[in-house]
Design a protein around this ligand. Structure first.
Ligand code: GLC
Length: 537
């Protein structure tokens, strides 16, 4: 099989280095700590980890505000530690991708400091400056809760600068060829260190054009194609993963003719998985997948249940958003911008049946799955923390006072450990769950292992199946002569499933339990318990 297409079958795992494991007792996770935990990730079955930003940063946006693209933040370690991480990960057949933040820098980046020091600075044109704040009025504000405008006034030089995120994250000016080249050089630097690709952050916003919403512009695609060509030429097998929180039809161009991104997050399917679970019906999922255009053979969707940001509700209608907030964000603090800042387990009432079912959808719907660190053990969140920090708390390794995360005194942890009655680290932790064969961790590990034996999950077509019951999400995944019929009971009641199965098949076997379901005359008829799921071959 073509090894350069590894990402089509891979299981991804997103983590914050700060939150994962502290090796030197300063209360912040670091690269050496992560390196110690690679064995854990290998046991879970992870093929590729995505590291949130690891670069020096004033941390106004948890590292997505980069002050130096060529270094590692001091608390995380050194470039040598990074090289060791890559080597050790590769020894375990784990690939590593990192965040590449193209759109903006920190306002503490030397380019911006120079740019704002003087209108005649050679770096002035690295950013987007204007005499008026009336340009590009059709561009929406993304961080709605905090930013009144995409323009911020600079007192010293008497102009406004443009930013799509926090004011402390000025947008780079991609119309400047020097900026384009700088970003290419940065990509080269990290690829030379051996990484396997990038999760490219916030790509829709690279260019600005009057009279447009300044998203997904043709110029943006032209630049991204250049980046891809550069990678193909020099680093075959390394990937670009696209963060474009857009409708499927607008994400489609990011795959180009297989010459832009290898992968793209499927944002709209995510909230619809939560809708399906609440409504006990699959319609919304079916609808969005039907509206999802085909992508080139060498491309792949990336699907997720949660990530480090709020559960975004940008890709739903206004009515759906209000409904989702009412269902999943009953307390005002749970809302953030156009989303919900909660983790998977609390969103699903800590109900193992629903959490397992959601994971089963994650591992069987088209695309490569990404697990968000901590969700494999059902970690809780802390909505008292500001911004999105409540879903970025320390990983819970064991029941010790520091949760096995750090030897530092708890007071010096970068963020408090979850310590409530339900989700506290003395109850929810890796050590307990590894020993318990029925734990969420063991179920997820098992799903991953089974998934890996069948390319139909990563590569197969999907076909929705009518099983005479709209409480069931039933679909087939077919690839190279193998078909797997996946059934999910989305409801909290028992349901019957009746299907006509063509051909000479007389029995289906659940890949997860090896249980066989024999049937006669092509009439497959079974009952499913509340939230039960089957992966039938
Ligand atoms: C992406 C990141 C988010 C960050 C933003 C600005 O959306 O996922 O965490 O705040 O970009 O860089």
């Amino acid at each position: 099989m073509d090894q350069t297409l590894w990402y089509k079958d891979a299981v991804f795992y997103e983590l914050s280095v700060r939150a994962f494991k502290d090796s030197n007792g300063d209360g912040h996770g670091d690269l050496r700590g992560l390196t110690e935990k690679l064995a854990y990730l290998q046991t879970l079955g992870v093929d590729c980890i995505w590291l949130m930003p690891i670069y020096p940063s004033p941390l106004r946006d948890d590292g997505y505000d980069i002050a130096d693209y060529y270094n590692i933040a001091e608390t995380f370690g050194t470039l040598d530690d990074f090289k060791t991480l890559i080597k050790e990960a590769h020894n375990r057949n784990i690939r590593v991708i990192t965040d590449l933040v193209l759109n903006h820098t920190s306002d503490e980046h030397p380019w911006f400091k120079a740019s704002r020091s003087d209108r005649n600075s050679p770096y002035r044109d690295y950013y987007v400056w204007s005499d008026t704040d009336q340009k590009y009025q059709d561009a929406r504000i993304i961080f709605l809760d905090t930013e009144p405008s995409n323009w911020t006034w600079d007192e010293k030089t008497g102009q406004y600068y443009w930013h799509r995120f926090y004011a402390s994250q000025p947008d780079l000016n991609f119309d400047n060829p020097k900026v384009q080249q700088e970003m290419m050089d940065i990509a080269r630097f990290w690829l030379d260190l051996g990484i396997d690709g990038f999760r490219a952050d916030a790509v829709p916003y690279l260019f600005e054009r009057e009279g447009t919403n300044c998203e997904n512009l043709p110029e943006t695609h032209t630049y991204l194609k250049k980046l891809r060509a550069f990678m193909d030429e020099n680093y075959p097998g390394r990937i670009l993963l696209c963060e474009a929180n857009q409708w499927p039809a607008d994400v489609r161009p990011y795959f180009g003719d297989g010459d832009e991104f290898h992968m793209g997050f499927h944002f709209p399917i995510m909230p619809r998985i939560f809708m399906a679970l609440k409504k006990g019906r699959a319609d919304d999922m079916i609808d969005i997948l039907n509206r999802t255009p085909a992508i080139p053979e060498n491309c792949q969707w990336c699907i997720f249940l949660r990530n480090h940001d709020e559960l975004t509700l940008e890709m739903v209608t206004e009515d759906e958003r209000q409904w989702m907030w009412a269902q999943y964000a009953p307390e005002p603090r749970m809302k953030l911008n156009l989303g919900i800042r909660r983790r998977l387990a609390p969103l699903l009432d800590n109900d193992r049946r629903k959490i397992d079912l959601a994971n089963s959808l994650l591992f069987t719907l088209p695309g490569s799955p990404i697990i968000y660190y901590g969700d494999e053990i059902g970690m809780g969140d802390n909505i008292e923390l500001p911004d999105r920090n409540g879903v970025r708390t320390p990983m819970q390794w064991n029941a010790e006072s520091g949760a096995g995360f750090s030897q530092a005194t708890i007071q010096s942890f970068y963020a408090p450990i979850i310590d409530d009655q339900v989700y506290g680290s003395s109850r929810v932790n890796v050590e307990f769950q590894r020993k318990d064969l029925l734990s969420l961790w063991n179920i997820i590990r098992h799903m991953i292992a089974v998934r890996k034996r069948h390319h139909a999950f990563g590569r197969g077509e999907i076909e929705w199946v009518d099983c005479q019951n709209d409480r069931i999400a039933a679909f087939g995944r077919t690839h190279e002569g193998e078909t797997i019929l996946v059934l999910h009971n989305l409801s909290d009641a028992k349901q019957r499933v009746s299907l006509k199965i063509k051909g000479s098949v007389k029995s289906l076997t659940d890949l997860l339990t090896q249980k066989a379901f024999p049937f006669d005359n092509g009439n497959f008829d079974i009952g499913l318990d509340p939230y039960q799921y089957l992966w039938l071959k």
